[in-house]
Design a binder for this molecule. Structure first.
Ligand code: FEO
Ligand code: CA
Ligand code: CA
Ligand code: CA
Length: 611
């Protein structure tokens, strides 16, 4: 049998050792295969990928670049279709493009219109039906399936919720402020209990140019708080579409930085930007239900010293898949209250010295408060932040968090409530500026200055009620080399765990174990995927399941009984690398262009993962 037989159920495999191999390394006894790559055709009429003859038209029908968040949904829930083979619907985010690795001879100062339009088409989302193979975890894309879909930087998105139609969202191309072209920088996301997917628009700031020409001081201050500054943008899109030029369209940036909701079962639906969930660099958005069926969505703002949020809907989910129920459920995220988190440690401040040394009570832990920012309701919206209107809170949520005194965190990334225990896990990836002059010093939730390796925080809502305005928290993992005294693995003996650095995406497996993927390993190994028990005697026993190729981060993860799915994002992204001078030969070998891809891993003997 594969694995060492030890470990929590679901985690019984031989850990993969840290390494710098240009491949996906998996435990002994496991098999792996690429499911789909950048450029693979998924829509009717799309050609096979040809790295030397790329076109925007081809790309618009092909799988996009830099796959990040992944969701696998059952096809027979509402997709109906059934034959012999089982099928699932794969939804993927395409966070960003790396033109120097996409186009031979790319000149960053002078991109061509075609290159820019290819990049627009390589952003966004993909929906692609995949077929399962019997007795293995292999997945094969079903080309031209009626549900297959691409949404790109030029697709139509509807704006819904409290900020829809507000003057701050109006532009010369959309005088009503309700229709946006494109979704950008979709990082992580979430899957809803009503069969839709959520997609965070993260580092949207990088696409907008000429903030330096904006003269109105209030607009300039708002742009600055969102990291939008300077002259030309990195990709120069403003030369080809004036909406990316803030001196021409100062409100276009306000139309990005939202959570997008997509109904992958309805290929004709227009995806929605949900303004009730606030606007910031949305890493992810993961919902759960209250006992009375209302969704609560947890969300991080991935920036050094930014905040952690939740949204509590005032509407209850309807069960079943009648048209009325489906239409109702597509309004759940438009009404409710947006909160930001304030965390208070329970140890004396002088015991938190920034080194990561545990305080005398043996834990980094404390209590917390959800501070309401604004409520969106059917009879109007209410701001809870003095000096800001409700619309301003929803559009400039970071400024509302500043005024509310929220806790400045070490880059809140993905979040996942445990389906077993209800405890919520938040990856805080790192913060090299913690404790620097003029910046916030270490606190009990962010206990290391110049934090290179990050931590994972466990949050327990008061009385296990997701609508509660109080919570308890503790650091579940303080990441790094286990031999480093400034690390902590939920109290598990550290000589028995894998080293981990820079947690980013999190997911639960069917056994209740937390899986963590990393981005930016600062311990000298490639990034990877890890599993860890969150309760029981093996709580904190972290084991590495795979590593990814040179330059890549590990994204996605989806853990099913018989397969692990990961998105290998930006393979070969190393300083100085290009199409001509590649840093990686993955996945297709020497002489072939590097292609981000989704990989499935399964047990070679057909058994369940880790049992
Ligand atoms: Fe796109 Fe925060 O990782
Ligand atoms: Ca403590
Ligand atoms: Ca991420
Ligand atoms: Ca990241």
């Amino acid at each position: 049998r594969p694995g060492n037989g030890k470990g929590a159920r679901g985690l019984r495999f031989t850990p993969v050792a840290p390494n710098k191999l240009d491949q996906v390394s998996v435990p002994k006894g496991y098999a792996q295969e690429v499911v789909i790559r950048w450029g693979d055709p998924i829509l009717r009429g799309a050609p096979e990928f040809d790295e030397k003859r790329q076109s925007a038209r081809a790309q618009a029908g092909q799988f996009g670049y830099n796959n990040d968040f992944l969701s696998l949904l059952p096809l027979d829930e509402r997709g109906r279709e059934h034959g012999g083979a089982r099928r699932q619907v794969l939804v993927a985010n395409h966070e960003y493009t790396d033109e120097i690795l996409m186009f031979a001879g790319y000149d960053p100062e002078n991109p061509s219109r075609e290159q820019v339009e290819i990049a627009w088409a390589a952003h966004g989302l993909s929906v692609v039906v995949v077929e399962e193979e019997r007795r293995s975890g292999r997945l094969t894309p079903v080309r031209r399936h009626r549900l297959n879909r691409r949404l790109t930087a030029t697709s139509r998105f509807e704006v819904t919720g409290p900020a829809a139609g507000h003057p701050l969202l109006r532009t010369s191309a959309d005088r009503r402020g309700t229709t946006v072209l494109g979704t950008l920088n979709n990082c992580a996301g979430g899957t809803t209990p009503w069969g839709t997917t959520l997609h965070g628009e993260e580092n949207f700031n990088q696409y907008f140019a000429h903030a330096d020409k904006v003269t109105d001081p209030e607009t300039a201050a708002r742009l600055k708080r969102y990291g939008i500054s300077g002259g030309a943008s990195e990709r120069k899109w403003e030369r080809f579409d004036r909406r990316f030029d803030l001196s021409e369209e100062p409100n276009e940036a306000n139309r990005h930085g939202w959570v997008v909701e997509l109904d992958p079962y309805d290929p004709d639906s227009t995806p929605r930007k949900r303004t009730a969930l606030g606007r910031f660099k949305h890493e992810a958005a993961q919902p759960r239900l209250t006992r009375d069926g209302r969704p609560v969505v947890y969300m991080g703002d991935d920036e050094k010293f930014d905040y952690f949020y939740k949204f509590v809907s005032s509407k209850r989910m309807r069960k079943g898949d009648s048209r009325a129920a489906r239409e109702h459920n597509l309004t759940l995220l438009d009404e409710g209250t947006l909160y930001v988190a304030k965390l208070t440690g329970d140890s004396p401040a002088d015991q938190i010295d920034g080194s990561g040394k545990l305080p005398a009570d043996g834990e980094f832990d404390g209590s917390g408060q959800w501070i309401p920012l604004a409520t969106a309701g059917p009879r109007g919206d209410v701001s809870h932040v003095p000096g800001m209107s409700a619309a301003e809170v929803f559009v400039f949520t970071r400024l509302a968090g500043d005024k509310a005194g929220a806790t400045k965190m070490d880059r809140p990334e993905d979040v996942e409530p445990s389906p077993r225990t209800g405890k919520v896990y938040i990856a805080l990836t790192n913060n090299s500026d913690r404790g620097k002059e003029g910046k916030a010093p270490a606190d009990e939730a962010n206990p290391r200055n110049s934090n290179k390796h990050g931590q994972v925080l466990e949050l327990t809502e008061y009385r296990e009620d997701p609508t509660s305005t109080r919570f308890a928290w503790s650091l579940f993992l303080v990441a790094g080399d286990p031999q480093d005294p400034a690390t902590y693995f939920a109290g598990f003996p550290k000589e028995k765990v894998s080293p981990i650095s820079c947690p980013d995406n999190v997911a639960f497996d069917p056994h209740g174990n937390l899986w963590i993927s990393t981005d930016g390993n600062a311990l000298g190994s490639h990034d990877g995927l890890f599993g860890v028990a969150t309760s029981g005697p093996r709580k904190g026993e972290l084991k590495q399941f795979l590593t990814v190729p040179t330059g890549a981060e590990t994204c996605g993860p989806v853990i099913q009984d018989r397969r692990v799915l990961v998105a290998v994002q930006h393979p070969g992204e190393v300083d100085g690398a290009s199409v001509e001078q590649p840093a990686s030969q993955w996945p297709d070998g020497p002489g072939r262009i590097v292609r981000p891809a989704v990989v499935a891993v399964w047990r070679a003997d057909g058994g369940d993962i880790g049992v």
